[in-house]
Design a protein around this ligand. Structure first.
Ligand SMILES: [Mn+2]
Length: 356
């Protein structure tokens, strides 16, 4: 190899900068602002802010745009415990994600004032009381005008969230984008009217969501005969096969048409993902979606009036290599990014996160 010329060497030395002196001004200014407040680029060590994506942990809702909340509940998953540990697992793996969204090139913490509100506190150990606790928490957050991002827990948590937010929004019945292997619209079975297999039937019957503005995406599996209520009430059911055959863009266009521009909630059950990459869940199903397909569906919801979202059914007890939690945390960041974009569009202003 010939020796490098002095000119070339000088050129490369010119490009050698400090660790946070990025040419991308948005990224450089984020680090300049957030680093002194404890946001840490070293995700392996001690963190000053150990919440979701290092969001500040606060209960004061003044001037807050988005609250992330853990709902560690698994009593509504018939026969299987474990999802109560998901908020902890997602917080842990959330260290790997942020601050910037690679696709949109936006930094949620620069767009919106975001907090980790902590986990829903429990008043009793039984399912009904816990769903009421979730309801009260999200009513408080909705009343304060916040967008919410719930980390279940199993899918019953969505019922408490929807009830709280609906009341906070003048009893509005929201549109719903629901990504899942299962429609979760089965009848009462086993004594609990609201459980993780019936949550969206009960949400319709309580007037929390509008079935005609509901789209369910990724549906498949041995339980599909259970979802007659979805078809009969006018929900749009898109199977996982259809996502593969027609592509995510087709599904996004269809979903946008169905939910329109009224207020909409997005619910992501991680079992929408194929069981080869998602065994860490209550009801794993083969022949499902890839991480990239789900990411693209979330990206495609930009410009809609999404006022809240959740990710449910991650079960760390079944997640032997923690790969499921790792992937789930990535999708949770996509949901946070989506909510930040929607919030800025609705409010027409930037309101950066303050860790102090
Ligand atoms: Mn499911």
């Amino acid at each position: 190899m010939p020796k490098m010329s002095a000119e070339r060497l000088a050129k490369y030395k010119e490009l050698d900068r400090g660790p946070f002196e990025f040419r991308n001004e948005a990224v450089a200014s984020f680090w300049e602002r957030a680093f002194p407040q404890g946001y840490n680029p070293d995700y392996t060590g001690f963190l000053a802010h150990p919440g979701f994506f290092q969001a500040p942990h606060k209960k004061d809702l003044t001037n807050v745009d988005i609250a992330m909340v853990g709902s560690p509940l698994d009593l509504g998953a018939i026969g299987l415990a474990g999802t109560r540990h998901a908020p902890q697992a997602v917080r842990n793996w959330s260290r790997n994600y942020g601050p910037i969204n690679e696709q949109t090139e936006k930094i949620p913490f620069d767009q919106c004032n975001i907090i980790d509100y902590g986990d829903v506190e429990w008043s009793a150990a039984d399912l009904k009381a816990r769903v009421e606790d979730i309801y009260r928490t999200f009513k408080t957050l909705g009343d304060a005008g916040l967008y919410t991002l719930n980390c279940g827990g199993e899918h019953t948590t969505s019922y408490g969230v929807l009830k709280g937010l609906s009341e906070a929004h003048n009893d509005e019945a929201f549109g719903l984008i629901h990504i899942d292997a299962h429609c979760d619209t089965m009848a009462v079975w086993g004594g609990d009217a609201v459980n993780d297999g019936s949550v969206f039937r009960q949400a319709v019957l309580s007037g929390l969501i509008d079935p005609e503005r509901t789209v369910q995406i990724g549906i498949r599996g041995r339980a599909s005969f259970l979802w007659e209520f979805s078809h009969e009430t006018g929900m749009t059911v898109i199977s996982a096969d259809e996502v593969w055959e027609k592509g995510t863009q087709y599904v996004i266009d269809k979903a946008r048409e169905i939910v329109g521009h009224e207020k909409t909630y997005l619910s992501l059950d991680v079992d929408c993902l194929d069981s080869s990459i998602m065994m860490g869940t209550t009801g794993p199903e083969p022949f499902g979606l890839t991480g990239r397909q789900v990411r693209d569906l979330i990206l495609g919801a930009r410009g809609l009036n999404i006022i809240g979202a959740d990710m449910v059914e991650l079960n760390p007890n079944r997640d032997t290599d923690t790969g499921a939690a790792h992937l789930a945390a990535a999708l949770f960041f996509e949901l946070l990014s989506l909510l930040a974009d929607c919030r800025v569009e609705q409010s027409g202003r930037l309101n950066p996160t303050n860790w102090e």
